[in-house]
Design a binder for this molecule. Sequence first.
Ligand SMILES: Cc1cc2nc3c(=O)[nH]c(=O)nc-3n(C[C@H](O)[C@H](O)[C@H](O)COP(=O)(O)OP(=O)(O)OC[C@H]3O[C@@H](n4cnc5c(N)ncnc54)[C@H](O)[C@@H]3O)c2cc1C
Length: 401
Amino acid sequence: MSPVDALLVVGGGPAGHAAALAFRAAGGTGPVRILSADEDPPYNRPPLSKDYLRGETGEDELPLSAEDGGPDTELDPDTDPDITVEVGESVIALDPAARTVDLASGRTLSYRTLVLAVGMEPVTLPVPGGDHPAVHTLRFLAQARALRGSAEDARTAVVVGSGFIGCEAAVSLARRGVSVTMVSPQDTPQEKRLGAEVGRRLAGWLDDEGVRLLGGRSVERIEDGRTVVLTDGSTLTADLVLAAVGVRPVTGFVQDAGVAVQEGRIVVDEHMRTSFPGIWAAGDAVLARNAAAGRHLAVEHWGEALAMGEVAGRQAAGDGTAAWSAVPGFWSEIGDRTLKYAAWGDGFDDVTVVDHAGGEPGAFTAWYARDGVLVGVLAHGADEDYERGGELVGEGAPARD
Ligand SMILES: Cc1cc2nc3c(=O)[nH]c(=O)nc-3n(C[C@H](O)[C@H](O)[C@H](O)COP(=O)(O)OP(=O)(O)OC[C@H]3O[C@@H](n4cnc5c(N)ncnc54)[C@H](O)[C@@H]3O)c2cc1C
């Protein structure tokens, strides 16, 4: 068995990256090891559906660095030889009492403190043929590479799902000259999450970009990875099919170890503490208590993965004050248009959409409220509203008229 790691991080995404950096920045000493099941060294995920898919940037621009956020410390083995990153290493079992993890490669590693930052994996479409190898999903660089490769020769594409990743990828493909049809069970994109009015605007953006939206339709089956049969009997045949239909946490080994997990997510408090001493968890895979919200939230944003990872790393280094209290923030780029969203993200009962004349064309802000209290803001071309709105949400300000 190798020497005991002072900090062992499972996951090479932003949460794991920030945890390792924060551990050092908070004075944590001793060997730090980051394990990633991914075969590629840690990279930025957001460009995979944007500039990388459009073919405007290459893989050389993807690697994660300290500039990608988190504490101001380089994650660089040259400057900190006691931080190692091991890729292609998957944890398959955890023993919290013995403080060890087993890897698929057959090794067992011991830790003093552990941060679980395992993130998500994309789900396949749960219909016959949905798991055909030719049907693309998009989470990992290897998947993005395959999708971009297919896009090079494709004339037509079907994108199933109208979430942020579906919308971003559809527009990126369209900008490459691919004729794109989007199929969504919702009438307009993001309708459930952001409301019908915002959904209508997003549908307009897709239309402007040449993406044909088939809303209110569901897929019945996929034949040969290329022919999409809808429940209304219509058929779409395309050179490329992308299923952007959601993700699930990869926490089977965590649950098996007896760590508290709810609907697949690792349950942590605002200090990112799991139900076992010496084990913290952060990022997309957690259900975390937010100190300002006063309740647990499931958040899948890059910036929050960094923020939660930082809390976990500082805690592991002995800084017991570190806590997650920021209002979760998210941005999305659909072609040239940017949406900025700051919200608790767990529901609203009222939305007020305000148009802004005179600035960026089509600029607007959507204010979300629940029980008379502001719970979110979504801004396009209105950065001040986004900044101020995030503060108001954090303060629990009353709903906008
Ligand atoms: C295409 C795309 C575009 C996106 N765009 C945006 C955006 O514009 N804005 C935004 O805010 N968010 C965006 N996101 C979401 C953002 O990428 C995630 O919120 C973020 O990556 C979550 O970070 P994480 O560290 O929790 O998990 P991940 O980034 O998923 O990393 C998890 C890591 O854990 C590893 N792992 C998993 N299981 C094991 C195991 N058993 N053993 C070892 N390693 C393991 C994985 O290999 C991976 O390295 C996007 C996501 C995608 C896929």
